[in-house]
Write a protein that binds this ligand. Structure first.
Ligand code: SAM
Length: 359
């Protein structure tokens, strides 16, 4: 007998015993009262168990994040130590070489400086010495920038947990998936700004976040194009586990030859696009491995399916290829205005320019 059957038997037996006891002591009214009390007690006990489970899962998720932060800060300390050692060795080497040059008799040094090649070598050595001296400052700036990114990612992740209040941990928001910054941005696009017909290129954690947003908004739908059947299934499973199936659909959309003017490119099969004007288009696929400009076809193919006030988001624009795609869209589609968002992976946002009234 599994646990839920056993629980059902115990619950039924408890209710029956309460009812029988009540009947024996005070007739039908007391029996009904005893039955009602035991049903309520059992319902409260069930609710309490659910809350307890959700709290345990949230605690586990928090512990996992804290562990990651601890590992990251250990790595930062190690990198800092390694850099300091490397820097000391480099400085010592530069000093040794400079001392050796100083030991060369003055006359020879003058002759060396007059010789173009040795003069150039001495200048390069001075240049290297200057750069070595600059390294600690550059490292400090890099560490500061990196801490800023980690801090704001944590801030966005915490805010997402607070907004969604999920009853289990959110799917991963790093590595292959988009960062917490863009995840929070798309959540707000739906839950706060009311986007309701979302098309996503490339499924995964964002599909789950968008589905949560639709549920919070109480309407709308996400359609997610996915070319890899195993990842389509993985995303569907994440939605199912969270009871979000009705808010998002993952469409199997294999990459196929698509005509774009005179050119033919590999892009998602467009047989199953959502009905009606799309008001949020998130372009986070196909992956770069498909070839340069893999995400470019999205706007030329879908521009006439977008609503007047649609938002287009292109992820990963810290990479030169994706940045070039965003800039090419902006130059080819003059009605769109391009803004760069300072997200960890880089995001470009395109919205139609507001037209002067009467035009
Ligand atoms: C840049 S990723 C982004 C996917 C999604 N928009 C997100 O941010 O969560 C693009 C591709 O990753 C792949 N993917 C989806 N789920 C994955 C998983 N669990 N592990 C690794 N790759 C996955 C899919 O093929 C997807 O099209």
């Amino acid at each position: 007998m599994n646990l839920s059957k056993r629980t059902a038997v115990i619950a039924t037996a408890t209710c029956a015993a309460a009812m029988a006891g009540g009947y024996a002591l005070g007739g039908a009214n007391l029996a009904a009262y005893a039955l009602l009390s035991s049903v309520l007690t059992l319902a409260v006990a069930k609710l309490w168990r659910q809350i307890d489970r959700a709290q345990r899962e949230q605690t586990a998720a928090r512990a996992a994040i804290e562990e990651r932060i601890a590992t990251l800060s250990k790595r930062v300390s190690q990198v800092r130590k390694d850099q300091e050692t490397g820097l000391r060795e480099l400085s010592a080497q530069v000093d040794r070489t400079r001392n050796r040059i100083r030991q060369v008799p003055a006359d020879t040094r003058r002759l060396m400086a007059e010789d173009d090649r040795t003069g150039e070598l001495v200048r390069r050595l001075d240049d290297v010495a200057g750069k070595v001296e600059d390294l600690p400052k550059q490292t400090r700036l890099l560490v500061r920038e990196w801490s800023r990114i980690v801090y704001s990612e944590l801030e966005d992740l915490t805010a997402l947990y607070r907004d969604i209040e999920p009853d289990r941990a959110l799917p991963e928001l790093h590595g292959w998936a988009t960062g917490a910054d863009l995840a929070r941005f798309i959540y707000q696009q739906v839950a706060v700004h009311g986007r309701s017909n979302v098309l996503e290129c490339g499924s995964g954690s964002t599909t789950v976040v968008l589905a949560y947003a639709m549920r919070a908004r109480g309407g709308g739908r996400v359609t997610s194009l996915e070319h890899e059947p195993r990842f389509a299934e993985a995303t569907r499973a994440m939605l199912r586990e969270r009871g979000l199936g009705e808010w998002a659909e993952v469409v199997d959309a294999p990459l196929t030859d698509v005509k774009l003017g005179e050119d033919v490119c590999r892009w998602y099969d467009t047989a199953h696009l959502p009905d009606g004007p799309i008001d949020l288009l998130l372009v986070d696929g196909p992956p770069a491995s498909v070839g340069p400009g893999a995400r470019y076809p999205a706007l030329p193919l879908l521009a006439d399916r977008l609503s007047e006030d649609a938002t287009v988001l292109l992820d990963d624009t810290r990479r030169p290829d994706e940045r070039a795609i965003g800039e090419r869209w902006a130059s080819e589609f003059g009605e769109f205005e391009l803004t760069s968002l300072p997200h960890d992976h880089g995001t470009m946002l395109l919205t139609r320019r507001t037209r002067p009234s009467g035009t």
